[in-house]
Design a binder for this molecule. Structure first.
Ligand code: AMP
Ligand code: GLY
Length: 420
């Protein structure tokens, strides 16, 4: 099978790495990919992954058997719709269904229709109405730009003036079109958990849990990031909780979309808050987590290509995933300045010294034969072991072998004192 993988980060390298292990694969093409993906397949940079028509024309001309979409932007741009139009199977939802992520108001409407527990909210396209609503409620205040804002569109604050200013920022264009609609939510308190599913039609097959560390610095200090590391399995997220999320969240939402004539095919990421009154959904994403994928793919024993191909053909029912009992720990090697202003163009050395851990590229490129950083999260190293301490030791030993100026790695990932 010829597979086209869209995306260029650590998540996509991990997905590609796993797809590449399938006996069914004949060729892996990544668009645009990264130097890690280049080692296991071809890259194409002639087309943009968010140019739906160009992706469809390319996949069709190349005789691609399956397109797998890593990030959310191509889905919101209608890549899956365009591929379906030209008859190329795709694992990723159509634009309408992908609004579960690209519109917070849409997600709220679907949750209401499916009776999914979530925070109460107001939804506004009018600034004055949003501000009046804020004045009527008590803090803490949760104000969200409706659309895709690279994880930066949400403000949680006790300060009403700050909340009002966020509403103004949204309507004044800080998040462009994504801020032209604003959702204001009831504040929820508790621990956060994310559960991922492989979905097709009304079937949702859960992946095992992984826990990520969102803050930049040790002890969960410093600014929020995309994720600085993670581990799997997670002892305190029991299997019954995953099953609860499947039957009370994922499947009802999938049924609601199917009833509307927009069945959902693709990964589904459910973010939950474990409150005193039970779990409540915070958000949906139409993609897998990054860096969670980097610890899940090495532990997954089932053939990913077979699964995603079945998903794209609407035949996931009865699928059951096999997992390695081994532990995986992922460390993110970040650039100085991340997340605000990451330095790029830093020369990276030492990758060839790593023998015990898996290296997934996230923000790298090769220029004149040299590996350089291109973004904030540069590389992931994943250690594996029969227990968490072994996996952790493996990952940290590998992270020490790789060098670039100002390399930042949290030192407490998967340790007993690093927990959020
Ligand atoms: P979202 O992108 O909607 O998941 O929001 C980003 C982050 O803001 C979440 O991961 C939570 O930490 C926080 N958050 C979102 N909604 C709420 C809420 N209703 N109550 C408390 N915190 C929230
Ligand atoms: N690690 C969280 C995310 O992918 O959004």
């Amino acid at each position: 099978m010829k597979v086209l993988l869209l995306g260029s980060g650590g998540r996509e390298h991990a997905i590609g790495w796993k797809l590449h292990q399938s006996p069914l694969i004949t060729r892996l093409i990544s668009c645009p990919g990264n130097p890690g993906l280049a080692e296991i397949g071809d890259l194409t940079t002639d087309i943009s992954p968010t140019d739906a028509e160009a992706v469809a024309a390319y996949a069709s001309a190349e005789g691609v058997d399956l397109v797998v979409v890593g990030p959310e932007a191509p889905l919101a741009a209608g890549v899956a719709d365009a591929l379906i139009e030209v008859g190329v199977p795709v694992f990723g939802p159509v634009e309408y269904a992908a609004r579960l992520e690209s519109s917070k108001a849409f997600a709220k409407e679907k949750m209401a229709a499916a009776n999914v527990p979530t925070a109460g909210y107001g939804d506004f396209t009018d600034r004055a109405e949003a501000l009046a609503y804020l004045d009527d409620i008590d803090g803490p205040y949760v104000v969200k730009a409706d659309g895709l804002a690279a994880g930066k569109g949400v403000l949680v604050t006790e300060d009403i003036q700050e909340a009002r200013a966020w509403v103004d920022d949204c309507f004044d264009g800080r998040f462009a079109e994504a801020g032209s609609r604003v959702v204001i939510e009831e504040y929820l308190e508790g621990n956060e958990v994310s559960i991922f599913f492989i979905c097709s039609g009304t079937t949702a097959v859960p992946l095992q849990p992984a826990r990520d560390y969102k803050r930049l610095l040790d002890g969960d200090l410093g600014p929020n990031t995309g994720g600085m590391g993670c581990y799997s399995p997670v002892a305190d997220v029991p299997d019954y909780f995953t099953q609860w999320t499947r039957t009370h969240v994922a499947e009802p939402v999938l049924r609601a979309l199917e009833e509307e004539g927009a069945p959902y095919t693709g990964f589904l990421y459910v973010g939950l808050m474990l409150t005193e009154d039970g779990p409540q959904v915070l958000e949906f994403n139409c993609r897998l987590g990054d860096p969670e994928t980097q610890v899940l793919m090495p532990r997954l024993e089932t053939d990913l290509l077979e699964l995603l191909h079945a998903g794209a053909h609407g035949s996931l029912e009865g699928a059951d995933l096999e997992w390695s009992p081994r532990y995986a720990v992922d460390l993110v090697l970040a650039s100085p300045g991340y997340p605000e202003a990451p330095e790029t163009g830093l020369a990276i050395i030492g990758l060839d010294h790593v023998t015990e851990a898996i290296v997934f590229h996230a923000g790298t490129e090769i220029v004149d034969g040299k590996l350089l950083s291109t973004g904030g999260r540069v590389l992931n190293v994943v250690g594996l072991g029969d227990n968490i301490a072994e996996a952790r030791a493996d990952a940290y030993a590998a992270a020490d072998l790789i060098q670039f100026r100002g390399k930042h790695v949290r030192s407490d990932i998967a340790s007993t004192n690093g927990r959020e």
